[in-house]
Design a protein around this ligand. Structure first.
Ligand SMILES: [Zn+2]
Ligand SMILES: [Zn+2]
Length: 461
């Protein structure tokens, strides 16, 4: 078509041509003209076209009876009731009703209503503020429609999926009175009208906050027994664990109850060593709650409950709703987020005041060369990392015990910065003070969320 528009007769002609070759239901005929006449669904459009064609068929019936009758028969075989009735009343032979060539009869309002009834029953079990309907379409159906589109050079159509999602979306909306949301729906209903089935995809709830870890010997996430990997063996007393509890379980377990979720995923901004505490403002985290039945929860109450149940172990604060987007941001920033540590170090001999001054000077804004620590070599590849130390502050407690405050780029192994890891970390505090640390007690004081924008793939700390 050279022109940018269709004459009214061309629309009707096109519909007649298509129908003469392919028997189509109202939806499937109307859908070929979907972009014309917005606000009218395809069912009505198809019906309107068939109505006009029927009127035209009757108008030519006297002058060209064969042509008129043919077109009425075509409409009748498409299931257009007035045409069927006309043929019956006029004593013509009944035409056989054909299934819609494209959808095979699947696009049917009563079928939509039935499946919606089932969907609504299940939706009732969930709290949600908005939703979206999606549809699965067999590829053979799309292929048939594509062939018709190219045969008649139709440029005004839309995907068959739209008919299903629009109709079912409207039926659901009428009952639940909630909005359809395209970007981040709480629930996605995926309909397969061909097998009369559907699926509910309950999107997770994200909450963020900060945790303080008040006790040592508490891993951030469950730590399975090194001998049996969780199956249970004599070494772990058949618990399958190295440690009975973890930060993520103490937070996630309670949250799962509150949201009536089936599971959770804990995303911390880095992680501390199992024997380190986290104090100060705490370590940021996002909790992802999977398949929640509840979405609107009093987060203050949740905070209280977590803190009561994890008393003296873990303390959460600033619980707020979050999003998948924030989680993504958090994950991309967390590897390099600066962290502030406190380390109480006991050395094997007296530490000179001067050497501590040198530590502070030498390690100010210093890049540290660090090979993968011996203690994690089993789990991680041996490679050289270059990480920045922003500052070290040293304060003597006794002649052998020093309190260090260290701010470093995420990913720096702090213990090794102190003990040098047999020369694998350079420079180190041990090298400077010329004393061997006997014990190191590490505490995370603060984790910045969006700090430096230096990119690095290493996510360990
Ligand atoms: Zn159809
Ligand atoms: Zn075991």
């Amino acid at each position: 078509m050279e022109r940018g528009f269709l004459e009214i007769s061309e629309i009707v002609d096109l519909a007649i041509k298509i129908l003469s070759k392919y028997s189509l239901c109202d939806y499937c005929l109307g859908r070929q003209f979907a972009s014309l006449g917005t606000g009218i669904n395809n069912l009505e459009k198809g019906r309107a076209l068939k109505t006009i064609i029927f009127m035209w068929g009757q108008s030519i019936l006297r002058e060209s009876p064969e042509r008129g009758l043919n077109i009425i028969k075509t409409l009748s075989s498409c299931g257009f009731r007035p045409a069927m009735k006309f043929l019956e009343d006029s004593g013509y032979e009944k035409t056989q009703q054909k299934q819609c060539y494209i959808c095979g009869g699947a696009l049917d309002t009563s079928r939509f209503r039935e499946i919606t009834k089932k969907i609504l029953e299940e939706l009732n079990e969930y709290e949600f503020q908005n939703f979206l309907v999606g549809a699965r379409i067999p590829s053979s159906i799309r292929e048939k429609e594509d062939a018709i589109r190219s045969e008649y050079m139709i440029t005004t159509g839309e995907d068959i999926k739209e008919d299903i999602t629009r109709e079912i979306g409207r039926l659901i909306q009428r009952e639940v009175k909630r909005e359809i949301e395209y970007k981040t729906p709480d629930i996605v209903v995926i309909v397969d009208i061909y097998s009369d089935t559907y699926e509910l995809q309950i999107n997770p709830v994200f909450i963020k906050g900060r945790y303080r870890k008040l006790r040592r010997d508490l891993p951030q996430t469950p730590w399975f027994c090194r001998s049996c990997w969780g199956r249970g063996c004599s070494k772990c007393d058949y618990t399958g664990r190295e440690y009975p509890e973890s930060v993520s379980e103490l937070i996630g377990g309670t949250a799962v109850e509150f949201f009536e979720a089936i599971d959770y995923k804990f995303h911390g901004v880095g992680r501390e060593d199992v024997d380190a505490t986290v104090l100060g403002s705490g370590r940021p985290f996002i909790l992802e709650l999977k398949n929640p039945r509840k979405r609107i929860v009093d987060l203050k109450k949740l905070e209280e409950k977590i803190n009561n149940e994890a008393l003296n172990k873990v303390e959460v604060s600033n619980l707020e709703y979050s999003t998948r987007r924030e989680l993504r941001l958090l994950k991309s920033s967390s590897p390099v987020s600066p962290k502030i540590y406190e380390a109480i170090v006991e050395f094997d001999g007296d530490v000179e005041d001067d050497s501590l001054k040198i530590v502070e000077e030498e390690l100010k804004d210093r890049i540290i060369d660090q090979w993968t620590p011996m203690r994690v070599l089993k789990r991680r590849a041996d490679k050289l990392r270059k990480k920045k130390v922003y500052y070290v502050e040293a304060e003597k407690i006794t002649s052998k015990i020093v309190r260090f405050k260290i701010k470093a780029q995420g990913g720096l192994y702090v213990k090794e910065l102190i003990d040098g890891d047999n020369g694998r970390t350079n420079p180190s505090i041990m090298d400077i003070v010329k004393r061997k640390p006997l014990s190191i007690q590490l505490t995370v004081l603060d984790v910045e969320v969006l700090g430096e924008h230096e990119k690095d793939k290493d996510t360990s700390t």
